[in-house]
Design a protein around this ligand. Structure first.
Ligand SMILES: Cc1cc2nc3c(=O)[nH]c(=O)nc-3n(C[C@H](O)[C@H](O)[C@H](O)COP(=O)(O)OP(=O)(O)OC[C@H]3O[C@@H](n4cnc5c(N)ncnc54)[C@H](O)[C@@H]3O)c2cc1C
Length: 126
């Protein structure tokens, strides 16, 4: 999220992309991504977009171990999806991807609340 935009210093999301555009950026080093994103931003905001940049950070979600993507679209009605919503013995799964609000923190909260509720009921049942 962009933050502190009216302050002395702030944070700006300079590039948020998906699909082929994301693949182009993810193939670059972080320094190369910065250079490419700044070159695009300068076209809109002028040279200050380059000269006032203090630092940058970028991440390629599909190249992040264990995540391998920014988000997913599970087949909500599939047996596998329903199975993952059930505990496997003492192991419970939770995450936005197990909710019906994938790619939102709202979904993560819904899922973890369901898991904690299930644990609570299990403990109270003795
Ligand atoms: C680019 C982007 C922008 C987003 N913007 C918004 C937004 O504006 N608003 C919003 O509400 N939501 C947004 N989201 C979605 C939000 O970030 C997620 O819904 C939320 O973080 C999901 O929380 P979670 O706890 O389910 O999973 P995560 O936050 O993904 O946490 C899962 C954790 O488990 C770890 N993990 C995975 N496998 C293993 C393993 N085998 N062993 C140990 N650790 C493991 C992972 O490293 C990770 O830290 C955005 C997501 C992305 C990618």
């Amino acid at each position: 999220m962009s933050d502190g935009c009216s302050g002395e210093r702030g944070l700006v999301i300079g590039c948020y992309n998906t699909g082929n555009a994301a693949n182009v950026y993810s193939a670059l080093s972080p320094a190369e991504r910065e250079a490419r994103a700044v070159a695009q931003g300068v076209k809109i905001h002028g040279e200050k977009y380059r000269t006032e940049l203090a630092n940058s950070f970028s991440i390629a979600w599909h190249r992040t171990p264990y995540l391998e993507g920014g988000w997913t679209s599970p087949p909500y009605t599939s047996p596998g999806y329903r199975l993952l919503q059930q505990p496997a013995g003492r192991v419970y799964f939770a995450g936005d991807w197990l909710s019906h609000s994938v790619a939102w923190q709202h979904g993560a909260f819904l899922s973890v609340r369901a898991t904690v509720t299930a644990l609570h009921q299990r403990v109270m049942a003795g």
